[in-house]
Design a protein around this ligand. Sequence first.
Ligand SMILES: NC(=O)c1ccc[n+]([C@@H]2O[C@H](COP(=O)([O-])OP(=O)(O)OC[C@H]3O[C@@H](n4cnc5c(N)ncnc54)[C@H](O)[C@@H]3O)[C@@H](O)[C@H]2O)c1
Length: 434
Amino acid sequence: MTARDIAPATGKLGVLTPGMGAVASTFIAGVLAARQEGAAPLGSVSQMAHIRLGTREDGRNPLIKDFAPLASLDDIVFGGWDPISANALEAARTCGVLEEKDLAPISSEMEGIVAMEAVFDQKWVSRLDGTRVKSETNMWDQAMALMADIENFRTENECDRLVMVWCGSTEAYQEASEVHATIDAFEAGLKANDENISPSQIYVYAALQSGVPFANGAPNLSTDLPCMMQLSERNGVPIAGKDFKTGQTLMKTLIAPGLKARMLGLRGWYSTNILGNRDGEVLDAPENFKTKEESKLGVLHKILEPEVYPDLYGNIDHVVRINYYPPRGDNKEGWDAIDIFGWMGYPMQIKIDFLCRDSILAAPIVLDLALFMDLAHRAGESGVQEWLSFYLKAPQSAVDGVPAEQDLFIQQTKLKNTLREWMGEPAVTHSEAG
Ligand SMILES: NC(=O)c1ccc[n+]([C@@H]2O[C@H](COP(=O)([O-])OP(=O)(O)OC[C@H]3O[C@@H](n4cnc5c(N)ncnc54)[C@H](O)[C@@H]3O)[C@@H](O)[C@H]2O)c1
């Protein structure tokens, strides 16, 4: 197999996050701790996972980061925008994910990561009152202002390359409309301040026009719009979305493939969460929860394929709830009541009580998406990077009419085989032969 011609990861990589809240500040803190104190980047597949090459007998099993030419953690520079947080340290202290003892050694560096003024409109996030907001009122001017920010950041920090990962709030529910159909329609909409264009879409436009890959960590409609897919192809820039796969949905995509692998039936799955951070507060608004609900509900259907297995999965009640409960802060509690059935139709139950930490699970995903999106760009990729579905709750499909894979284990195989292919190694199929 011939390896792809991948440009080397020389120089600095700027990682820009629209949104400098719990997830972004926890991500930044973890990378700074890893490079200052050698703390292991736990949960990061790009940094900690090995990849088998060749047959089992070959004994070749390097770390992914030693196999694929990824940017080094030492070469990352951080930046971002936020309508509330002034800098990464303030964001970290406000959300309360990390303890002061962990922030102390990196506090001056965190404080130096100042959030740029955001393109923000409260219409899309009713629970937030942003004050650090750009003065431009026309959307086209806002896009130009973001592009100027991107170029200033690139120059001031002497970055060779940039990537953007949306870590901003979940916007109100929206469906695609005519303004999203083509690049021309979207640009005309920006100039006319079209009410169907949300702030996150303006960031995607600015990124893609600046040659910056964009990954969407929230369930907002942004990279999954026809105009953005066209723009990413036209400008030769990769995109990926959407919604970081953490917490309850991570559990769901671990368990559902297992039930299906053993042909056990599912009658119902009731999921409820209590969450007390700013994300929970935003999602307390019904129009914002609807965006999240859509992204969470799709998972089971795509994994279980009721149309192929009507006897097992043709009649499922799937309910997802999120309740804002301030005492828990970022430490979410997710309960799942799962009603399954087996041989001769006998019912069984599974209960899960996952006391997780949302941003601790999301932070390594931001790192991996940033590094892999940068790799994809250097490998000459554009359009949807479906091989990164592994990290996403509602993965965007690269093929019209064919949904993206939702099963975490198939997604993992796809990710690793994509890396093997790019590096000129044969795919590992785990068949008896190999
Ligand atoms: N933590 C997780 O496990 C997880 C999982 C999946 C998705 N997400 C999504 O990731 C996003 C970030 O989560 P979080 O816990 O950090 O939330 P957060 O509320 O702590 O941070 C979001 C930040 O985005 C800012 N923001 C809002 N609108 C903006 C705009 N237009 N431009 C720039 N910044 C803007 C807010 O001021 C806030 O500081 C949310 O959309 C959340 O739904 C999080």
